[in-house]
Design a protein around this ligand. Structure first.
Ligand code: PAP
Length: 319
């Protein structure tokens, strides 16, 4: 792994009142994209500066809701559900998900540089509550998120399914005219943490441990539990966000509106891109638990279990 890490590059980091020049390690991801390391995590091009600004300039309100996740763990689903729970419940005829892709309604803070249309929300305007998302690790979240009463919902997923989802996603988006990146090498990168927002295990572990310490502050949701007990889990999210469902029909309605089948078939998701070069269709694939079994050899499975799996088990987290 170390062979692919290149010499450091210079970056300017902004703090509340000045700019600091710093050196950040860089590497090549899957022979296709430069990534840089900050605070122990890897970031794709253009993400660091917005991340610095977010950390130094975001002032959380007690009624903000921040969704968080590493990549390909069910972000699109969590964004859709949270939107329906918080903003689009009382008037189901006004169907926000049919109008725009979930990533438009709930922008990912550090990716807005790549937005193809003007944002409908000013991330830095604290005059009203905000529903936002970030892929950033817990350690670099702005202090005001940690110290205010705002709530955080984190979505986690089995590492092997996350990797397979990521493999499909990056192959289609970074290497459309090339052979898929060899899966063996993708497993190497994943196990050594060399991928966007990696290491996966550290990302998940930080939020997991924090959610154990402060369960009123961070809700930890597992993709697999969402699949096996959708009603229970969506009600859990709604309760946590202070918007419990009154009737079971409401839960059914939200789950139906956010289902993969429905979202995939909406015109807004069959066309266009909310983020530059990322087609809206690419967010909706199979959405299955255990799809990794169709791709990984037993050696690959073993490697992921022995590195990431054991590390998470050691802190009491089974994914
Ligand atoms: P992101 O990190 O680029 O935002 P994210 O939404 O976290 O992607 O992950 C995409 C995965 O969630 C895909 O999984 P798969 O590759 O294993 O199929 C996608 O199919 C799945 N997904 C998207 N929307 C839904 C949904 N409404 N319900 C269940 N799974 C979904």
């Amino acid at each position: 792994m170390q062979k692919s890490v290149e010499s450091p590059t210079k970056m300017v980091s902004t703090t509340e009142d000045n700019e600091v020049e710093m050196e950040v390690p860089k590497a090549r991801f899957w022979d296709a994209m430069d990534i840089t390391q900050w605070e122990g995590f890897w970031f794709g091009p253009g993400l660091l500066k917005p991340a610095f600004t977010f950390r130094s300039s975001f002032h959380a309100r007690d009624d903000d809701v921040i969704l968080a996740s590493t990549m390909k763990t069910g972000t699109t689903w969590l964004k859709s559900l949270s939107l329906c729970i918080l903003k689009n419940r009382d008037d189901p005829k006004h169907d926000m998900l049919a109008m725009e892709n979930p990533h438009f309604h709930v922008p990912t803070i550090e990716s807005t540089l790549y937005s193809t249309k003007p944002l409908h929300v000013d991330i830095y305007d604290a005059s009203g509550p905000r529903l936002l998302h970030t892929h950033l690790p817990h350690a670099v979240l702005p202090d005001s998120i940690k110290e205010s009463g705002c709530k955080v919902v984190y979505m986690a997923r089995n590492p092997k399914d996350t990797l397979i989802s990521m493999w499909h996603f990056f192959n289609s988006f970074l290497r459309p005219d090339r052979e898929p990146f060899p899966l063996e090498k993708a497993v190497d990168c994943f196990c050594s943490g060399l991928h966007q927002y990696g290491p996966f295990s550290n990302h998940v572990a930080e939020y997991w441990l924090e959610s154990r310490k402060r369960p009123h502050k961070i809700l930890f949701v597992k993709y697999e539990e969402m699949k096996s007990d959708p009603k229970g889990q969506v009600s859990r999210i709604a309760d946590f966000l202070g918007r419990p469902f009154g009737e079971e029909e409401q839960v059914d309605e939200v789950l139906w509106r956010c289902s993969l089948e429905r979202l995939r078939n909406l015109e807004v998701n069959k066309n266009g891109s909310v983020l530059l070069n990322v087609p809206n269709t690419s967010y909706f694939r199979k959405g299955e638990v255990g799809d990794w079994k169709n791709y990984l050899t037993s050696e690959m499975e073993e490697r992921i279990d022995q590195t990431i799996g054991l590390k998470l088990q050691a802190i009491g987290l089974i994914l």
